[in-house]
Design a protein around this ligand. Structure first.
Ligand code: SF4
Length: 339
């Protein structure tokens, strides 16, 4: 097992397969223009698979495919089939905005994908137009339906809660998930790279979310679980469960076993991390698997990152990167880091 300076294992790899997206959620891509990663720099499926094999050799047991929007990547089931061959991988999951899910859910399931998480921030189509510049709400609902019908081990929903936008829909989204036997995780608004609209006053804290749910549904029971998953989970009196990811007000960096790989092969140690290791360069200049494994091991072993904790301690917390800084290096953007 490969562990960092704080004893956190390299166990969970989030692979961004594209920096492109077909939505413009205000908490991730609020700007009109973006600098995209050059197409020739995007890793091929074979390169992703080779790197995944190296990471698995170093102890990775969970892989999550992300983006941008991963379903924009053509023939994604082919990559799933490749990754499925790594027998030590216990969990192969995907996070999507759901727009393209209805047409690919079955193929992804047959290719070996185990779990799907769909991001849905509102049940009101007109709000999605205003907030994410997308009129494809019906397709998201169709995607959720198709995923639940496809027979994945689990289908979960993610909702980023923002004051003044969708904080009045927490109960509706909880009911929506519960009525479909799904688990929703409410995510605090994070000041990550790209969130140029972020403001502490727009953050709806875990405490506020729990209070609004308890006011409606009565006492909420916390479910104590192994400490590595980002979401804290809770149960209602009727047995249904939900989660809260409190990265902004109660960060969990001490138990963060997550590494990230951008679509152009940059290995990142933290969502807030400034720089990463260029694995594409190593791949395309003839480095052996052993050499690449050695570089990854050395990089992770010297990891001390606690980005969210450091941000939470700042007296005057503002946005992480100004637009010019994001344009100077698009890898600073959340949509290139895979959230
Ligand atoms: S901020 Fe960085 S160290 Fe903290 S939980 Fe997120 S990725 Fe992990």
């Amino acid at each position: 097992m490969t562990v960092d300076v704080l004893g956190r294992p390299l166990r969970n790899l989030r692979i961004s397969v594209t920096d492109r997206c077909n939505m413009r959620c205000r908490y991730c891509m609020p700007e009109a223009e973006y600098v995209w990663l050059p197409r020739e720099s995007i890793l091929t499926f074979e390169e992703i698979d080779r790197l995944a094999g190296i990471f698995v050799g170093l102890g990775v047991r969970k892989i999550r495919l992300t983006g941008g929007e991963p379903l924009l990547r053509h023939a994604l089931p082919t990559l799933v089939r490749l990754l499925r061959r790594h027998e030590a991988v216990r969990d192969l999951a995907l996070t999507t905005n759901g727009i393209l899910l209805a047409r690919s859910a079955q193929a992804l399931r047959e290719a070996g994908l185990r779990r799907v998480t769909v991001s849905i921030d509102t049940l009101q189509p007109e709000r999605m137009v205003a907030f994410a510049r997308s009129a494809r709400h019906a397709e998201v609902l169709a995607g959720i339906h198709a995923a639940t019908a496809a027979g994945f081990d689990s289908v979960k929903l993610n909702t980023v809660v923002i004051r003044g936008y969708n904080d009045d829909e927490v109960l509706d989204l909880l009911t929506f998930a519960r009525d479909r036997g799904l688990e929703v995780r409410f995510i605090e608004y994070m000041d990550v790279g790209g969130a140029t609209d972020w403001d502490q006053r727009k953050v709806v804290s875990q405490q506020e979310i729990l209070a609004s749910i308890a006011a409606e549904h009565g006492p909420v029971t916390e479910l104590h679980q192994s400490g590595w998953a980002p979401a804290e989970r809770f149960r209602l009196a009727d047995g249904s469960t939900f989660g809260v990811i409190a990265s902004t007000t109660a960060p969990f960096c001490r138990t963060c076993d997550r590494a990230r790989l951008t679509a152009d092969g940059t290995f990142l140690l933290c969502l807030y991390g400034e720089r990463g290791l260029d694995l594409r360069e190593l791949l395309r200049t003839g480095a052996s698997d052993e050499e690449i494994a050695g570089r990854i091991r050395d990089t992770w072993s010297s990891r001390t990152d606690r980005g969210a904790e450091v941000r939470a301690a700042l007296p005057d917390r503002g946005i992480l990167h100004q637009i010019d800084s994001l344009r100077a290096d698009p890898r600073r953007e959340m949509h290139t880091r895979g959230g």
